[in-house]
Write a protein that binds this ligand. Sequence first.
Ligand code: SF4
Length: 323
Amino acid sequence: MINKEEEKTIYVWGDSKRYNSQSARLKEKYGGRVQKVSISADFTCPNRDGSLGTGGCTYCNNDSFTPNYTKISKQITKQLDEGLGFLKVRYKRTAMFVGYFQSYTNTYGSLEKITAIYDEALSHPDINGLVIGTRPDVTTNEQLDYLEKLAKDYYIDLEFGIETTNDMTLEDINRGHDFASSVDAIKRAAGRGFEVGGHMLFGLPGESRTEMLDQVDEINKLPLNSIKFHQLQIVKNTVMAKQYKDTPEMFNLFSREDYIDFVIDFMERLRPDITVQRLASEAPPDIKIAPDWGTIRIDVIQNQVEVRMAERDTWQGKKYIAP
Ligand code: SF4
C-alpha cells in the first residue's frame, strides 16, 4: 500500500513517471521537446594530448558517442544545419533545439577559444542553448562566469564526467582526476543560473554492486540538477578491450535485466529533485565488444525500467533519507 506521503512523492513531478525525468521537466518548462544537436568542435582532451596523459581513459573511444554528421572536420554551422536537417523531420514537435558538445573535453582551451566556439553555435538561428560535456578538472571560474552570462539568454547545461566516486577506480581507469575534483567543479558551477549535471558509469572493474550503489550517498550531497547513468560497455580500440581479452575475470558486466534493477535501486536512494537525463547508453554495434544486450534500443530500456519500477512498486527517492 502507498501511504499519502508516498503518493505525494510520486506525483510531485506532474507526470506518470516514477522517476524525475529531465525530458519531462524540460517539456513542461518549454512547452515541448528539447532536442540536442551534436557538434564536434576543435577540442581534444588533456588525457589524450599529453598534458595529463596520452592513452585516455581506459574505456574511451570517442567514436562510441560521436554521430556521423559531426565526424568530418566541418564548420559548426554546417554540422548544425546537417543535424537539424534530419532531426526536424524526425522530431516534428520539438519546442527548442540546443547544440550538444559531447565528444572530448569541451571546456578544454582558453576562454577566447571556447567563447568563439560557443558563440558560433548560438548564432545559428535555430539553436537556443548549449549542452556541454566536460571533465571536472579543466573548467575554470572564468569559463563559468561566461556560461553564467550566456544562461541569462539561453538554456545552458554543463555536464561533468564523474563516472565513479571511488578514487581507486578512477586511478585504475586512468581518468587523471579524483572525486574531489568533481566535487570542487560541481560546487563552483552550481547556483549560477545554468544546469549542472553529472555522468556516472556503472560496472567498472573492482567495484561490487553494493559499492556502486552506496555511491549514491556521495552524489546526493552534491548541488547537481541532473544525472546520467551509463552501463560500462567494452568497445574496440581501447585499453579496456585488451584487458577484457586478456583478463575477462576482472570484469563483471551487467546483463540488461540486472542493470535495470540496479538503476532502479540507485534511483530509489537518489535525491528526488535530481532529474534523470539518461538511464543507459548505446555504443554503435560495429565497435561494441560486450556486453551483448541484443539490438534493443535505449527507449525500449527506458520503458522496461518504468515497467519494472511499477512491478516493484517503487520510485525515485523512495529510500532517500534527507540529511
Ligand atoms: S572519456 Fe573523456 S576524459 Fe576520458 S579520454 Fe575520453 S575524452 Fe578524455
